[in-house]
Design a protein around this ligand. Structure first.
Ligand SMILES: [Zn+2]
Length: 656
């Protein structure tokens, strides 16, 4: 699950760091280590034979695989990087000359905004280089030091431009409107100005702003205490599996082992892991309370009606989006229950308990080279049209990827597109399994989004919001799933892809909405004057969990010890973040459904979202493209797909 967001960086960097997130369906599901037998493993009836694909041309050369990405597209050598660093430093200094000047006249405002924006663009290029370089060799001190220099420059920049917002807000609104009409230099900044003015009502007088800024360090203590406690101080249990394997159940050790094949091992993993949280539940309840209180405090001080309203205001997302998501999922819980029953059947269990959620429901033995991944994705992207496909094909072989796993290289996968007039870079750790193919598809979704944004938007409007950032990446995954299940050569292979997609939907759509519902409930509890003890958190979380998993209807039994699961989710310290996993996947399903069943118009509507970049509010960009995220039909598209997948799976199971 993506966890690469920094709360301390200024908003502008956060928008870029979003591109580093990887909300791969696979990663949310977690890696099931082993796969149980199907109730009937003899699924050998081949599908009607499909013509052998012609031998693909190898778009990604052996050299590109071995050499990794080509950073000389950013700077020819380190001397050039160092020269650029000095230049950016000088430019930052020059932007401070704009302090106190913004309200003089339109011309000065235009020049100052261009100077700030140009500096930022150069800074991001510098940052991209040092960021990427260090990630291929994390033990290399020289690379880490260079990146620290870029980060320091970033801090200097943020401090230098702190005058921007208050000075813009000090200009009379009518005057600003007049200036925008008469000054071409302000054209690229229309959205920035509109967005800044929108927040005016919640910007406080200078002294009060200083108080809030000074309070931010103590307000972060709850969250940092949680991190230290769970990462360093809780002595995580160790155990021996029935295979003889010794494991340590840290949070990541648990994620790795929660789907083990042997059922009594699985139960032992769950029991040991969640019992340990139980031992610390009063402290963990305090840290979560502190986090919630910090959000409620800032919302009240800034005059927002609630912590949710404050959080959604960042990207101007209507509250109806959040509430419609939760309501629609609740109205469709029978679909989740249908899935849980089907999954229990796939793993041959009659009385599913919560510890039975993770084992994979199907398995195949297939390897995918990086060129297989490219070929499969290329075929899968056909519905997005020739122009899109050509752009992908002309990009994939260009040395923008760092493909192979290596000692000291960062794990996981991301796309980094912060160097505006260069191109995206993709970090992969391709090891020929299915997760590698879906990560490849996902990251190229980010890459294509950035390419289309940068082709169509000036730098000042190229940063797209978190709310929109995952849609292209997930759309790639969906198209890949469809293509793979359509071209599967055996029933077993087809079953595998259908089940994988379905498992992803449980983990991203249902589970993240369940988290979002809990997160809202605990904030509302504090807002109405309630207290959050461990018992109260277990009870709120437990009630939601049991409702989602059909505990009372006998769908899945939730043992009481697992209601402390809230303590395991670090995302509750990220301030109404998780709902965006569910909205992103829903938007992707809704839009891809329209693309696959529609024509030229629907395709162009989808592409318009990617081309829009950060030129408007994300909700408005999506709504203009025909996806009103406050409408239940967006979320119903996922429900429809879930049921479709289950229909297909049941047909395969029946005919086997
Ligand atoms: Zn992503």
């Amino acid at each position: 699950m993506p966890e690469r967001m920094s709360g301390r960086k200024p908003r502008t960097l956060i928008a870029y760091l979003v591109l580093l997130m990887s909300v791969s369906l696979q990663s949310v599901v977690g890696s099931a280590q082993s796969t149980p037998e199907l109730s009937n493993p003899e699924l050998s009836n081949p599908e009607p034979s499909i013509p052998e694909p012609s031998i693909p041309e190898q778009a990604i050369s052996k050299q590109a695989i071995e050499n990794g990405w080509d950073l000389t597209d950013l700077y020819p050598d380190i001397t050039a990087w160092e020269a650029a660093q000095k230049d950016v430093s000088k430019q930052i200094n020059e932007t401070t000359q704009c302090r106190g000047q913004l309200n003089i006249n339109a011309d000065t405002l235009g020049k100052c905004l261009q100077s700030v924006s140009g500096t930022y663009k150069n800074l991001m290029r510098l940052y991209t280089h040092s960021f990427l370089a260090k990630d291929t060799d994390l033990a290399n001190s020289a690379l880490l030091e260079r990146h620290t220099l870029a980060e320091d420059l970033f801090t200097t920049y943020s401090e230098a431009i702190s005058f921007l917002e208050p000075e813009l807000l000090s200009i009379d609104k009518d005057t600003l409107n007049q200036w925008q009409k008469s000054t071409a230099e302000l054209n690229n900044f229309d959205f920035l100005i509109r967005n800044t003015l929108r927040k005016a009502a919640h910007v406080l007088p200078e002294r009060e702003e200083r108080i809030i800024a000074a309070a931010s360090a103590p307000l972060r203590v709850a969250s940092s205490t949680y991190n230290i406690l769970t990462n360093a101080e809780i002595p995580w249990p160790e155990m021996t599996l029935s295979t003889g394997e010794q494991i340590k159940l840290t949070p990541s050790g648990y994620t790795k082992n929660r789907g083990v094949k042997d059922r009594s091992d699985r139960k032992a993993v769950f029991d040991a892991f969640f019992s340990r949280y139980k031992n610390y539940q009063q402290t963990l309840a305090q840290t979560l309370t502190g986090q919630v209180q910090a959000q409620v405090f800032e919302a009240r001080m800034r005059g927002y009606p609630s912590a949710l309203a404050k959080s959604l205001a960042t990207d101007n997302i209507p509250e109806a989006v959040y509430r419609t998501l939760v309501t629609t999922v609740n109205n469709n819980l029978p679909t989740l229950h249908r899935y849980l029953k089907l999954h229990a059947k796939l793993i041959a269990i009659d009385d599913p308990h919560y510890y039975d959620v993770y084992p994979a429901g199907a398995d195949i033995d297939r390897q995918y080279s990086i060129n297989d991944a490219d070929q499969l994705l290329g075929d899968a992207l056909t519905p997005l049209g020739d122009k899109y496909l050509q752009l992908y094909k002309s990009s994939v072989g260009k040395g923008w990827m760092h493909i192979a796993p290596a000692e000291g290289k960062r794990s996981g996968a991301y796309a980094m597109s912060a160097a505006y007039d260069v191109h995206p870079y993709l970090l992969l750790n391709h090891n020929n399994d299915f997760d590698s193919v879906s990560a490849f598809a996902h990251e190229w979704g980010h890459g294509m989004h950035s390419l289309l944004t940068q082709k169509n938007q000036p730098f000042a409007k190229s940063e797209y919001a978190t709310f929109i950032a995952e849609i292209a990446a997930i759309s790639h995954e969906l198209l890949l799933f469809r293509h793979l299940s359509e071209q599967a050569s055996t029933a077993q292979e087809k079953l595998f892809y259908l089940v994988e997609e379905l498992q992803g939907l449980r983990g991203t759509f249902f589970r993240q909405t369940q988290f979002a519902e809990f997160e809202l409930a605990i904030h509302e509890e504090v807002e109405k004057g309630g207290a959050l003890s461990a018992d109260k958190l277990n009870s709120i979380y437990g009630a939601t969990l049991k409702r989602y998993y059909g505990h009372d209807q006998g769908v899945m039994y939730i043992d009481d010890v697992y209601t402390v699961e809230w303590a395991y989710i670090p995302h509750f310290y990220r301030n109404f973040y998780v709902y965006q996993y569910a909205t992103s996947i829903s938007a992707a399903y809704y839009l891809m459904d329209k693309v696959l069943t529609g024509g030229q118009k629907e395709r162009q509507q989808y592409l318009s979202i990617l081309e829009a970049g950060g030129s408007d509010y994300p909700y408005d960009i999506l709504k203009r493209a025909g996806a009103d995220m406050a409408s239940p039909k967006i979320y119903e598209a996922v429900i429809k797909r879930c049921n479709q997948l289950m229909d297909e799976i049941e047909i395969i199971l029946k005919s086997s």
